[in-house]
Write a protein that binds this ligand. Structure first.
Ligand code: BGC
Length: 373
C-alpha cells in the first residue's frame, strides 16, 4: 500500500513538471527549403511566438523576410520588405532584411590603411564601396542552426568569411542569432572573431512600413531618435568629419516628428542626402534609442542597441520593386534604422574604432520591439 502511494505521488510529480515545461515551450521553428544558391541550400524559417505572430528568416544573407504583427484592432499584416519566392529575392533589392558586412555603409573610394598596409575594396556605389561590396554577407548562404531548449524561438546563422574576402584582411567567424520573443521583440545577437587585425561594421538592413509593407509611404511615421548629433556627409554620402548638432535642424528627432515634415526642406544635409540617409550618433543614456509610431494602425516600434549610432534611411532610392503579395515598394515606402558604427570610420581616426583584434570577440545586440498604442 505504502509503495503504491509513493508511486502515485511520483507519477503526479512527473505530470506536474511535464505540464510546467509544456506551458513554457515555444512552437518549433519551421524549416522549409526555399531555393539553392551557388550549391548551398537556402531555407525559409518560420518562428511563431505565443500570440501567433510570425517572424520569417532565411539563411540567404541571414535575412528577415516577413514580420507579421497586429495593428490596434488586432489585424495582422507583414510590416517588413521581402519577396514571396527565392528567385524574386535574388533578382530583387539586395539588402532587404539582410545582415550586412564586412563593412555596413560606405568606405570612401574603397580604400583604407591598417598598420601601414593599404587595402582596396570593390567600388559599387559612385566612387565608393558600400555594404561590403556586391558579394557581401547579404548575398552569401549562411549555415543554419536551430538551438534546442531556448526560452523563445531562436535561429542562429553562422558564416566563415575568408581572409581577403571583398578585400578585407582576416578569416572572420560571424554569428547572427535571432530570437523572436513573446513580447514581439526581434533580438539580434552578433558575435564576431577574426584571425587577423581587421575593420568591420555589422548591421541589419530591414525596411519597415508600419501600415504594412507595400501599403503606401512612411512619411506619416512619427520618429524619435535619441541623438543630439548626426554625421554630416558630402554628396556621395561620405562623412565630412563633422558631427553636427541636430538642434534647430530637420535632423532633430529628439522629440517626435514625422518623417515627411522636414524631408523636403532646403537644408544642405537634406539636399546632399536626397532626404534622410544619415548616421545619428546615439546619446546612449536611455534604454530605448529610437521609436517609430504610425497613428493609423497604432503600431509602435522601439529600437534598442549598444552600438554608437544608427543609419536612418527613408527609402530615397526605392523604386518600383515588387515584393510580397505583388505589392510595390516605391520611393519612401519603407524606412531603415540600421544600428552600427559611422560610415567610413576606418578613414576617420577620431570616430569610434571599428578595428577588431584577433584576441577579441565582438558582441553586440540590437532589439526591434513591436507593440500598439
Ligand atoms: C544606404 C543607402 C542605400 C541603401 C541600399 C543604406 O544603408 O545608406 O544610401 O541606398 O542602404 O539599400
Amino acid at each position: 500500500m505504502k509503495k503504491l502511494n509513493l508511486l502515485l505521488i511520483l507519477l503526479s510529480l512527473v505530470v506536474i513538471f511535464s505540464g510546467c515545461n509544456q506551458s513554457k515551450k515555444h512552437a518549433p521553428v519551421k524549416k522549409e527549403l526555399y531555393g539553392t544558391y551557388k550549391g548551398g541550400e537556402v531555407y525559409l524559417l518560420t518562428l511563431t511566438n505565443k500570440a501567433g505572430n510570425l517572424l520569417k528568416l532565411t539563411n540567404f544573407g541571414a535575412r528577415i523576410t516577413w514580420l507579421e504583427v497586429p495593428d490596434k484592432e488586432g489585424n495582422k499584416d507583414n510590416i517588413t520588405f521581402g519577396f514571396d519566392t527565392f528567385d524574386e529575392m535574388i533578382a530583387g533589392d539586395r539588402y532587404f532584411g539582410a545582415v550586412v558586412g564586412r563593412y555596413a555603409n560606405r568606405i570612401a573610394k574603397g580604400k583604407f590603411t591598417l598598420d601601414g598596409v593599404e587595402y582596396t575594396l570593390p567600388i559599387n556605389n559612385g566612387p565608393n564601396s558600400l555594404h561590403g561590396g556586391p558579394d557581401g554577407w547579404h548575398s552569401v548562404v549562411w549555415n543554419t542552426e536551430i538551438p534546442e531548449k531556448t526560452e523563445f524561438s531562436t535561429v542562429k546563422f553562422t558564416y566563415m568569411s575568408p581572409d581577403m574576402e571583398a578585400g578585407y584582411p582576416g578569416n572572420m567567424n560571424v554569428e547572427a542569432t535571432y530570437t523572436w520573443t513573446d513580447n514581439n521583440e526581434i533580438i539580434i545577437d552578433y558575435a564576431v572573431t577574426t584571425g587577423k587585425k581587421t575593420v568591420f561594421n555589422i548591421t541589419n538592413h530591414a525596411y519597415f512600413n508600419l501600415h504594412g509593407a507595400g501599403n503606401g509611404d512612411i512619411l506619416d511615421h512619427q520618429l524619435v531618435i535619441k541623438a543630439s548629433k548626426f554625421v554630416a556627409v558630402d554628396t556621395f554620402l561620405i562623412p565630412t568629419g563633422e558631427l553636427r548638432p541636430v538642434a534647430g535642424t530637420p535632423f532633430d528627432f529628439t522629440t517626435p516628428h514625422t518623417v515627411g515634415e522636414r524631408v523636403g526642406e532646403n537644408y544642405d544635409q537634406i539636399i546632399l542626402g536626397k532626404g534622410y540617409d544619415h548616421t545619428f550618433v546615439f546619446d546612449n543614456n536611455e534604454e530605448v534609442d529610437a521609436t517609430v509610431y504610425e497613428p493609423v494602425s497604432g503600431r509602435f516600434m522601439e529600437v534598442i542597441s549598444d552600438q554608437p549610432g544608427v543609419q536612418f534611411y527613408c527609402g530615397n532610392f526605392l523604386k518600383g520593386i515588387i515584393g510580397h503579395g505583388g505589392k510595390p515598394y516605391n520611393y519612401r515606402s519603407g524606412l531603415c534604422l540600421e544600428t552600427g558604427h559611422y560610415p567610413d570610420s576606418p578613414n576617420h581616426p577620431d570616430f569610434p574604432t571599428t578595428v577588431l583584434q584577433p584576441d577579441e570577440t565582438f558582441r553586440s545586440r540590437t532589439i526591434y520591439r513591436f507593440s500598439v498604442k
